[in-house]
Design a protein around this ligand. Structure first.
Ligand code: SPV
Ligand code: MG
Length: 294
């Protein structure tokens, strides 16, 4: 399909903007298309959501090549930039730079790496989240930066110190080390039900680099508090996947129970909607141009 010439906001532009930005989770080409059409300016290729859609646990059960394949389909489908959840980088500096390079080659605009080991576990599961040693993790960041030095590829360093039960001081020390190592932004993560530790981190961080947050657990905080705290970007990290789980379960239960699809016809997307999302019209036009006329 033809590539649009219109200027699209870059991931770097989103993250460095003076106003708060919102990045939406997608986990396949369809959810990426839906998020873009809804109006989002950037996508989060969520490790949790991609793993879930593949039937894996968010514990590095999916391989990095599977991640690359999913991201490639997303990048083909959507023209807005994709920040890819690269987990802890699939190993050491060498695995991290290889994954980052392949993700870039297949359409990612940036990668987020978290300061844990391999395999990682989802930050909201259990309480065993051993942190990587700071200088070793900085090596992973530097390797990614060096490998893609000539490209406009965004590197987000994710601090898991609060998730792992360390305090603010450890989190700040790590964030500064990751900034020194060349990160373009810091993602500070929290599993608390309120934004207190995120907001106090933001205060002490004083915007040395843009801050990215994932308010999955502290969802009640109004986003104006993030604007006031000069936070750069909010990631709505898993809500397309969770919306799909609920909608699919409801439709399965109803069809099973009612033994007819008549009741749910108006509660599912129309086929024309699906054909429009996947741009079937373009294929019909191309057939007119390229197939011999009969
Ligand atoms: C993801 O979406 O996979 C994330 C965010 O890493 S979280 O699940 O909140 O850790
Ligand atoms: Mg993740």
């Amino acid at each position: 399909t033809a590539v649009s010439a219109a200027a699209k906001p870059s991931l770097r532009g989103i993250i460095q903007a003076n106003s708060l930005s919102f990045v939406m989770e997608a986990h396949d080409a369809l959810s990426a298309t839906i998020a873009e059409r809804a109006g989002f300016k950037g996508l989060w290729a969520s490790g949790l959501s991609i793993a879930s859609s593949l039937g894996y646990r968010d514990a590095n059960e999916a391989s990095w090549t599977q991640l690359v394949e999913v991201v490639e389909r997303m990048a083909d489908a959507a023209s807005i930039p994709i920040l890819v959840d690269g987990d802890s980088g699939f190993g050491n500096f060498n695995n991290a730079r290889l994954a980052a390079k392949k993700l870039f080659q297949h359409g990612a605009a940036g990668i987020c790496l978290e300061d844990k080991g391999f395999p990682k576990m989802n930050s909201f599961v259990g309480d065993r989240h051993p942190l990587a040693e700071v200088s070793e993790f900085c090596g992973r960041l530097r390797a990614v930066k060096d490998t893609l030095a000539s490209e406009d590829f965004v590197l987000v360093a994710r601090v898991e110190a609060l998730i792992a039960g360390y305090g603010q001081e450890e989190a700040l020390m790590r964030a500064h080390a990751y900034a020194d190592a060349g990160a373009d932004a810091i993602l500070i993560h929290s599993r608390k039900a309120d934004a207190s530790e995120i907001l106090s981190f933001a205060k002490d961080w004083s915007n040395r680099l843009p801050l990215v947050i994932v308010p999955t657990k502290y969802y009640r905080t109004p986003v104006d508090e993030y604007r006031a705290a000069k936070i750069s970007t909010v990631i709505w990290a898993n809500h397309n996947m969770r919306a799909a789980v609920l909608a699919m379960r409801q439709v399965c239960e109803r069809i099973l129970r009612e033994e007819t699809i008549a009741g749910i016809e108006n509660e599912v997307a129309t086929l024309d909607d699906v054909f429009d999302l996947l741009n079937y019209r373009e294929l019909a036009e191309a057939e007119g141009r390229y197939l011999p006329s009969v």
